[in-house]
Design a protein around this ligand. Structure first.
Ligand SMILES: [Zn+2]
Length: 410
């Protein structure tokens, strides 16, 4: 290492990779990949973190648009200008500056005074910090790819936390960009191992995608077999009804053959529905015939195809011979997300992210007492698991292999 380099402030110790190069030497171009020819900053390295932070804050500002509009099926381009969700007034350019505007307006719309969620500020700050960290810990040629990854993980985290969906448009785009990153910097999918040429990088990224996608797909399918859709069949028609909540905070209940199931156990995702094979359906005490009844979170679909909103009914009951109830611990969106993580970090990153995510989810469930009754989104934990891998988890993996390697290889 350049002796003059010692005086430079550092966020973390220099990390040496198996091929003898170090991340920090790539970072500042003193040695390694290009001998400093490609990237040799004239200024103190800390200076470069400031533009990374500002770019990150701007990306975060755009992500707020993505997080709000994509789950609602709106375009991120039209309308061009951001608008207040309450009064729909477009937000002028000078009030649309990342981080600063939220603080300046003290979290309120300048037009109507409606509170602007802290989430907008948090997303901008989080993205800015992640962009700085990516810049600090990874070589420059791959940083733009990893900024896209950070942006996707932030968007997916907030969308999944609120809507319990992961838009597959985001994960497909991310998978392609991940493979591109592996070709540009073949060390990425084998952080703890030895990198090859760009084609080997692409191969490792592809293997990672397959491991992530099909690995979790298998887990989801096995989970469905074990705890999945709960089907009940009855020899004799049984009584079923919807039971009104007792208080404001209580859920509505679906009661069948004496078993009472709370609404939030049935409908955690927008696509969830309960299928009832009915002998008879009574709406407000009046029979409307029998057949296949579909119950969704807010409405029912009668056998003849008519849809009725639950809030417009006083009572709903009848008899049934069978019912199918969804029980999915994980959705297909999580499968797509882990595929995308694999396209960036290879199969070892996939396994680390999945185990770390499960660990975080259990901790969160214990601390927050969530996950009991209410559905816990898994996407945010997978995102956190992937970031844990990127910012040091792979070193744990490397140490593990270094210790256990000689035992495995004869
Ligand atoms: Zn407003």
């Amino acid at each position: 290492m350049d002796p003059a380099d010692r005086s430079r402030p550092r966020l973390a110790p220099v990390t040496t990779l198996p091929d003898g190069t170090s991340l920090c030497s790539w970072q500042w171009g003193n040695a390694g990949l290009n001998g400093g020819a490609l990237f040799d900053p004239p200024l103190d390295p800390w200076i470069w973190l400031i533009p990374a932070f500002l770019i990150g804050a701007c990306i975060g500002s755009f992500l707020n648009v993505v997080i709000y509009r994509v789950p609602l099926g709106m375009s991120v381009n039209e309308p061009k200008r951001s608008f207040c969700p309450k009064c729909s007034k477009p937000i002028p350019m000078w009030l649309n500056m990342p981080l600063i505007s939220w603080l300046w307006l003290r979290g309120k719309c300048a037009e109507c005074g409606a509170p602007i969620a802290f989430r907008y500020f948090a997303v901008e700050l989080l993205t800015a910090v992640l962009c700085v960290a990516m810049w600090r810990f990874f070589p420059p040629q791959v940083v733009v790819f990893l900024w896209v990854l950070a942006a996707l993980l932030v968007s997916i985290t907030f969308i999944d936390a609120e809507h319990l969906i992961i838009p597959t448009g985001l994960t497909w785009a991310g998978s392609v960009i991940g493979l591109g990153a592996c070709a540009v910097w073949p060390q990425l999918p084998v952080m703890a191992g030895t990198a090859g040429d760009w084609l080997a990088g692409l191969k490792h990224g592809g293997i990672g995608w397959i491991a992530g996608f099909f690995g979790l797909w298998l887990v989801v399918e096995l989970g469905k077999l074990a705890f999945g859709k709960k089907a009940m069949k009855f020899d004799q028609p049984v009584e079923w009804r919807l039971k009104e909540p007792a208080g404001e905070q209580d859920p509505m209940w679906f009661v069948i053959a004496g078993e009472e199931i709370p609404w939030w156990d049935l409908f955690s995702r927008k696509t969830d529905r309960v299928l009832v094979e009915t002998g008879d359906i009574r709406v407000d005490g009046e029979s409307v015939g029998g057949g296949k009844l579909t119950i969704r979170e807010m409405e029912i679909e009668l056998p003849d195809g008519t849809v009725r909103h639950l809030s417009k009914m006083k009572s709903l009951d009848g008899t049934a011979t069978s019912v199918v109830i969804p029980r999915e611990a994980m959705g297909f969106g999580d499968v797509h997300l882990l595929g995308m993580i694999g396209a960036f970090f290879g199969w070892s990153g996939v396994f680390f992210s999945l185990f770390a995510a499960s660990f975080y989810a259990i901790i969160a469930a214990l601390i927050g007492r969530i996950g009991f009754g209410k559905q816990l989104p898994f996407g945010p934990f997978l995102a956190l698991g992937a970031l844990s891998w990127a910012f040091g988890g792979w070193q744990l993996w490397k140490w593990y292999l270094d210790f256990l390697g000689p035992i495995w290889t004869p």
